[in-house]
Design a protein. Sequence first.
Length: 569
Amino acid sequence: MESGATPDLVLLDGEVLTADAEFSVARALAITGGRISAVGGTGEIRALAGPRTQVVDLRGRTALPGINDSHLHGAAFGTTRPPLALDVAFPTVRSIADIQESVKEAASRIPEGEWIRGYGWDPGYLSECGEGGRMPDRADLDSVASVHPVYLQDFTGHLTWVNSRALELAGVTRDTAVPEGGVVHTDGAGNPTGLLAEGAQELIQGRLPAFTREEIERAIRENVAVLHKEGITSYTEPGLGPGGKSLFAGASDQLTLDVYGDLARAGELGARVSVLLMLTGMGGSVAEIAEGLASARIPQDVDPRLLRVIGVKLFADGTPPNKTAWMRDEYAGGGGFGCLCVHGATDALRTTELNEMIRLAHIAGHQLGVHVTGDRSLDAVVDALEAAQIQHPRDDPRHYVIHADLPGPQSLRKLAEHRFGANMNPAIKWTIVDMLAEMLGPDRAAYQYPVRSALEAGIPVTASSDAPVTYPNWRQGIAAMMLRESKASGRVYGPEECVGLPDAVRAYTVNAAWQDFAEDWKGTLEPGRVADVTVLDGTITSLDPHDLPDVPVAMTVFDGGVVHSTEGL
């Protein structure tokens, strides 16, 4: 601490998890000028306080570095929540009938003809869709909203449910040409049922009114407000730019990146945001990547510790359960698979195209985050990243695989050798692993997201929510890494891949800071680091991991200022 300076804020008598190399535990810390100025015992830190110092007695609560959700679609999360969209996610809804009631209420207050949007439905938690049940269809929505077009996106962002009016406006019939990689579900007579998967969603999304600048700004602000309550002070927007027009109904478009820039310049962002450029949609080509790299519009004159465009996102395949992951073997439940990246070409052409897309972004100097959800696609991506680095050596590019759910031993070795990262989604596994066990087979489902194997290989593992795919409750993510249980059945999948609390915490703090090229100034509670702090209303080291997800965040400190606090702190 600077000579003569007194702290602005001290936190006393708590469990301070520094997340440093030794995972040291202190009792108190001091914050001065937006930075951690001292960490130590309660008496030692109390003695530093002056008459203007804000003193907070933690009373045994846990303080840890501000949480960094390293893959979170922030603007999309904001647009998929009220008031911009209906909440049709579990546990708000538990049945198709519940969703009908929500849509019916919206239709009663929204002017005739305007779109009704909703987000988050999951057939795994709708009572009518259980074993021997059925999927939703347009008739369910027609019965409660016949004159309003209705657009309801599922929790993964890869499946859309619409009514007849929406299909009519979009011109979708049994004869409509479907974008490659997409699926329009049909009934026995060949007519659309109202469910559209993957690229076919663009048929509907192209008819949705574009988000306005005001709506995007509101979505970002709403998102950050929720994140403050969850103790999240940093996150990665994994794909913004011209290729984001068809993702999350346009919430990942260039306009969103522009609005982020405006908020950061005005000092109103309230979080540290790293951005991957989205130069193409789900798919893309070498030509599109080359054009995007040449024409990308990046916010200027912004504090890089608040907003920084750090890399490029590419897609190597799609996402289960819609059978688009590029797998070595077919799904256990049957059905084929495809690679969105190169639109169903042969394996050799897939690999050639992917290699060149990765090479172009690599030589342009970008960090690469590549979406992979199949074992075959992951191997292909790791090989391509390795080839780019060997052919065009760069100092520490920190490329990483997004989702990284089924890496084999060879890919783990290569990732570690080149100091590439693995970004995993433990709460997604917790949410859908029973379904994946039926689809992928129990062995692959058990191995999915092998956190321990990756760490033991020497890979910096980061953990993230992929919100709005799952709610950004990092405590649930930590519990999932420690327990590897299913939300629905409680069954344990792959207990040998469980990790302890220190490794789980690091995945949301210092490892995530590493992914951001920021481990020297954030991610731990050490003197000199930025003062981003999360305080739990409990003592995390003594909690049963099963109880951790429900523990509230008592306080969030961002850049030295308290941005969230519950009663009693």
